[in-house]
Design a protein around this ligand. Sequence first.
Ligand code: PFF
Length: 442
Amino acid sequence: MKQKREQWGSRWGFILAAMGSAVGLGNIWRFSYAMGEGGGSAFLIIYLLAVLLIGFPVMLIEFSIGRRTQTDAIDAFKKIAPKSGWFIAGVMGVLAAFMILSFYGVIGGWSLRYLFEYLTGGISGDSSDFFVGFIGGTFTPVLWQLLFMAMTIGIVYLGVQKGIELSSKWMMPILSFLLIALAGYSLTLGGASEAFAFMFQPEWDAFRDPQVYLSAMGQAFFTLSLGMGAMLTYSSYLDPEERLTSSAAIIIALDTLFALVSGLVIFPALFAFGLDPAEGAGLVFIVLPNIFEALGGVGTLVGLVFFVLLSMAALSSAISLLEVAVAYFIRKTNLGRKKVTLIVGLVIFALGVPSSLSQGAMDITVFGAPFLDFMDAFTGNLLLPLGGLIMVLFVGWTWTKKEILHHGDVGQQAWGPLYVFTAKFVAPVAILLVLVIGLMNW
Ligand code: PFF
């Protein structure tokens, strides 16, 4: 006999879990390097626009599909539109979950390793040599990746309420507190005004670069966990009567705030030490340890706090990635949550090994980029926007206006018609335009 499907214990449990999914490596590691490479403020402005014009409607759309169908990312489409091809969005979502978590687990492992280093006194010597030496190893980074995946598997294994919800209720407040403390400290280091100029003073030239649009939109999808059914899956554990619009607004506002404050942790410290914000993906693993070292004794503590923060943020997102695939296989097989979680988690770990090895141990490249970097750009900048596009088209063009309003919980709102218009036209056109222009320039 089939067991009753799980549900969240409370509305705030859901909001904190969804926020945990949104706030992750994307807000700290990915945001800081994408912004550093995208010219700072130009990237930030386009990113904020993408969050508002695309992120908000896409999140509501995922929520409305999930809450309406009460099932996983693939079945949801089949339930509403049987005998049609829309479920491809769900298939892409489950695939994206495998792909993203495979490399996400590698970086989560790096973060755990750094946490451990700062717990035992910090990194001595040249931080760049340390990083390159560590990630270029064969076994060590894979072991840390395994540890990170084991923690992720452990939480998802315990289920929606006892695992995901409970851990998010603990992690999110701690994360917020640590982040604010770190930003307060970083702003005293002397680089605050340069950081503000870099983040907030528009640099008009960068607006002419189509790549900046693509990477800013990709960042919006990635950081809000959109386009692959993670938010759909989480909202499928909601009571069908539960409100959606205010939850989406809270999650988006807090995720954006989290990214901005992370910028206020990283960039003031960076400028205070005269370092380069366009350092790339190694920014938080090379540049920040340099700064922690220069701070002397207190630097070890600051470094420890930072990597506790980064590891927790990564973990609360990783569980949502795993849950997308687990929810699907729980329904598809009769193995039950525990077995499914173990198997899927270990398969994803194995898929991540090439990403880890591509960082120096072996020469694994796609289109000239190391495998991990390729997976990161491919999923974030291409797969997620494409998945989001299919979902908005599905809701915008196959649901009636009444359904769009009702299932999105927008019926009572004055901006209801604007939402329908955005779902039908603004969001799909914007996503398509940025994708096409970005790809043509690739
Ligand atoms: N939003 C997460 C982050 O910013 O790190 C990453 C992520 C989680 C992306 C879940 C997609 C997803 F479905």
